[in-house]
Design a protein around this ligand. Sequence first.
Ligand code: GRF
Length: 196
Amino acid sequence: MKKIAIFISGRGSNMQAIAQEVKSGILQNLCQIVLVFSNNCAAAGLQIARQNGLPVGCIESSGKKRAEFDLEVINFLQPHQPDYIVLAGYMRILSPVFIKAYEGKIINIHPADTRLHQGLHAYQWAFENQLETTTITIHYVNEGVDTGQIIAQQTVDLKGAATLEEVEQRGLQAEYALYSKTLAKIFAEPHSITAP
Ligand code: GRF
């Protein structure tokens, strides 16, 4: 049974979807959420996590240097001993000190093909470019922004999506399913998907 810490910065809908699968779905008996962590103590997702009985923690990151903040986070995580860090809308770039502390154990979801788009506003990019599809990507995290080894991808049909909200809604449904399915594979057979 793997111990996971889920990192969020805002809404937390991916975290909620994973928590549901841990409670009574494909992640049941494969992992345990030891912490839902945020760099934003006002994140709506923290409240959702609390309502679901999950252990939560936060440290405000604003105004702090990246490495300095990440060292605080590493210390904060210490008693929880997570095997994996699952990023789910965590809006802060991780510094090398953090990447090294959890080398090959940090996973992220990006709402586009990371070979085509990195960073913020991926659904807006798909919408503005009138893409007929976008490809949700789960990847390991390295020192770049959305440049780590790809673990799994899922193409989403965007044809006929008239608004950015619709693009996002279609994408998010695919995100929820793909994230838990991919985590289940990693936790069930940790050697089947090699970390970099
Ligand atoms: C998701 O689209 C995720 O792929 C991206 O940030 C968004 C977070 O949404 N990294 P939520 O906080 O999980 O609702």
